[in-house]
Design a protein around this ligand. Sequence first.
Ligand code: ARG
Length: 492
Amino acid sequence: MQTDPIRTARLSGTRSGNVEAFLSSMVADTEIATADLLVDMAHLLMLVKVGLIPSEPAKQLMEVLVHFHNTGLPESVFNPAYEDIHAGIEAALTKETGPQIAGRLHMGRSRNDEVATCIHIRLKEKIILILSELLAVRKALLYQVRLSCEVILPGFTHLQYAQPTTLGHYLLAYEEALTRDYARFSDAYKRTDRSPLGSSAFASTGFKIDREYTRELLGFEALALNTMDAVAARDSPLEVLGAASVLMTTVSRLCEDFVIWSSGFAGFIEIDDLYCSTSSVMPQKKNPDTAEIMRSKSGSVSGALFSALTIVKGLPMSYNRDLQELTPHLWRSMNDVILSLKILAPLIESIKWNTEKMAEECKKGYSTATELADTLVRSYDLPFRTAHHIVGRAVKMGDLHLSTLDTASKEEGTGSLSGRGLNESIIENSLDPITGIERRIHPGAPAPAEVKRAESYASSRIVTDEIENKKRREKMDGIFPGILKEKERLSI
Ligand code: ARG
């Protein structure tokens, strides 16, 4: 059994394994292990720079920390007998350098600002990964848009035949929703990009530390200024979980479409075998399991948001141990989102569209009836509601032929339409899905020309977003090299 370096003096007794495991955040802390090493190194360099620790012990500590960073932490660090990764790393440093040296590192800080800083670092990395996977999904959608600007698709409201549209228009709808999700994560990134380090337990420290120096070393844009707020707040994780819940709700709806559309009765799409499963008993089955699991992940992620909100909501100022219970929900959700998006992009690219079936379905369910009502308005100067009633009556009678429309018009009190020039060919033309779609040329509408324009706008937006995310990545990748440079400069 390891000795937890933090509790030994103040507390006595040997805790049971149950209590140890119950209190330990070690399982979730594997996510922040590397971040904690960076935080240790930055804090150590700061102590050297301001003259709070002599260079000899600092040199020894730095050497071990860099070694751990380069070769991986020893297994012993992750023993759940330690309350957390911070205690585990301190014990390993003590083993390597002795208590006289390792015991100096925690000067002027607390695990409260340490863990908050680790969470912010790791969360920034997760957001960057989510953003880059989101870009891949948006690209996959646009790849399919380019193949389908002119393909017609029956559109539904209430899952009933509604109006025809283009497949490109449908795919762009999801691309636009995901672009808003992208913006939500980008925005949350700004508020996560704040350094809590130097807040210590909550009331800062009397040592002459340099918060700006560690902020800069750890690649943060600004300080989480108020030291009490810095250790107590978890609104960044909450906000990111919120963004993740909204994103996964969009993903879930897309997957729901895929599940319905791949069914025998819709038959609009074929998802590649690689993303499907079969039945252990029904040999004919090809089930869209990947889309189903993805749909359910949205439930897990929204559940995590709800758990996290509930964990935080009743906590008095400032740090409370309850906060430890939030991070497993956070990391699990981040990993669910990243993995879902990683799979979603190639799944979308793999989809084969049954364009004939889609065109055939456009002719069903009077889904071009709106266009016929619009024609009556245009040609005979009828109020739209009157035209809507005439076509509605004809649908009720069972067809949209000239004689039926005439009867409906008479019932509606607008007399014969054939007498005013309506004929079968005008009706047929109005009911043709392609004619109707080509008229819809407004911004964001389904006409092929507009879909092409929207696709090229969406593509250029992706290029801008990619450049911005690459800069974030580079800044994070620069943290460790920056620390090494500073180590040289301070000759430790
Ligand atoms: N494992 C803790 C957490 O995740 C770290 C901070 C512990 N602080 C304390 N005062 N016990 O929140």
